[in-house]
Design a protein around this ligand. Structure first.
Ligand code: SIN
Length: 306
């Protein structure tokens, strides 16, 4: 049996297949559809200080090989998250990574402080500095090195749990933002969030998304995700969690070769909520057939021609 376990800072995950924020609710909704105990980890949807309705519909549209969303960070807010979700996690043996979003540095800090003030078994935080669908905050942090480093270091002071910064591909140089995250004390970065996109109905001549622009995800962005991971891999010493268009075990292997130490499956969950079980099964078979002892031995091993 190949060793599928992966290590991020001091935390060991039983396998590298995580589910991505925004594609698996709060991690408590899918028990009959998916055996969540098989997942490496669940990353929750983004939680903000106050509840949010999100953007008006239409806010999701399918595209060639992907989808565009502009949900606008709809969520129940941190108080309800603490009262309703944290107790449920106590009975789950799947590691939970809470995703936090904010419209200001104060908001990110306040959300994390509230969670740190109560007892819970969450293993870490993924900080959303890359949402393209809100007017304030979100991507504003993830496109600016100084703001990224400052936010990371402020949050680092608040927690000993895993601190993961989720990076945007909608920047000139993603590795500069990754370096700022590392300098601020992040344990890891996730790459990538969605790529800004647009979809138009030629017949009605309307934009298919209320906010005109949204975030493109799914197989259409896999090459962008691989390139971002590989660029970041050469510039930082912290682990990278690869995200973007993963639908099968071959995609996982490719993300490892590019430099990821684990991956998140996102949009594919909407098509088949049980896809992660299939990916895990096939990944195991692949490694055994190729006599690869440990998935971690593949990290960054892509052969380039230069
Ligand atoms: C959204 O809620 O609009 C999507 C979240 C994200 O892209 O980070």
């Amino acid at each position: 049996m190949a060793d599928l376990s992966v290590k991020i800072s001091n935390t060991i995950f039983k396998n590298p297949i995580f589910v991505a924020s925004g594609t698996f609710g709060y991690g408590t909704e899918n028990p009959e559809l998916v055996d969540v105990s098989k997942l490496g980890a669940i990353v929750t949807k983004s939680i903000t200080l106050n509840p949010r309705e999100g953007n008006p519909p239409p806010r999701i549209v399918e595209t060639h090989s992907g989808m565009i969303n502009s949900i606008g960070l709809a969520n129940i807010g941190v108080e309800k998250y603490i009262s309703d979700m944290l107790p449920v996690y106590e009975n789950m043996d799947t590691p939970i990574i809470m995703n936090i979003a904010g419209s200001s540095m104060r908001e990110y800090i306040d959300v994390m402080k509230k969670v740190e003030d109560v007892s819970s078994n969450i293993v870490g935080y993924e900080i959303n500095i890359s949402c393209p669908n809100v007017k304030e905050g979100g991507m504003e942090f993830g496109v600016d090195c100084d703001m990224t480093e400052k936010l990371t270091s402020e949050l680092r002071k608040l927690t000993d749990r895993l601190l993961i910064m989720k990076l945007s591909p909608n920047v000139t140089d993603i590795s500069a933002i990754a370096i700022s995250s590392e300098n601020g004390g992040a344990d890891a970065v996730s790459a990538i969030n969605t790529v800004v996109g647009m979809s138009i109905n030629h017949s009605s001549q309307f934009s298919n998304i209320y906010t005109t622009f949204g975030g493109l995800s799914g197989p259409a962005i896999k090459p962008v995700g691989l390139a971002c991971v590989h660029k970041v891999y050469h510039r930082v010493n912290i682990p990278i969690i690869g995200i973007g268009g993963i639908v099968n075990s071959d995609d996982v292997i490719e993300y490892f070769l590019a430099g990821s130490c684990s991956v998140q499956v996102g949009t594919a969950n909407f098509r088949n909520p049980g896809i992660t079980e299939i990916i895990l099964h096939d990944l195991n078979n692949y490694l055994n057939e190729k006599h690869i002892d440990s998935i971690s031995s593949l990290i960054g091993r892509v052969k380039t021609h230069g």
